[in-house]
Unconditional design. Structure first.
Length: 43
């Protein structure tokens, strides 16, 4: 069995940010009609 080694690179920077509710809606793939996820029993 042979292995191939690849070069690694150092990460220069990572940028974090927050999305507004409108930005999240624009990126969504499905439309949520009701905000309720679970009933009273948690199902």
């Amino acid at each position: 069995m042979s292995y191939t080694f690849s070069r690694t690179k150092m990460i220069e920077k990572i940028k974090f940010g927050l999305l507004s509710p409108d930005e999240i809606r624009k990126m969504s793939a499905a439309r949520i009609i009701t905000a309720d996820t679970y009933d009273e029993d948690g199902l």
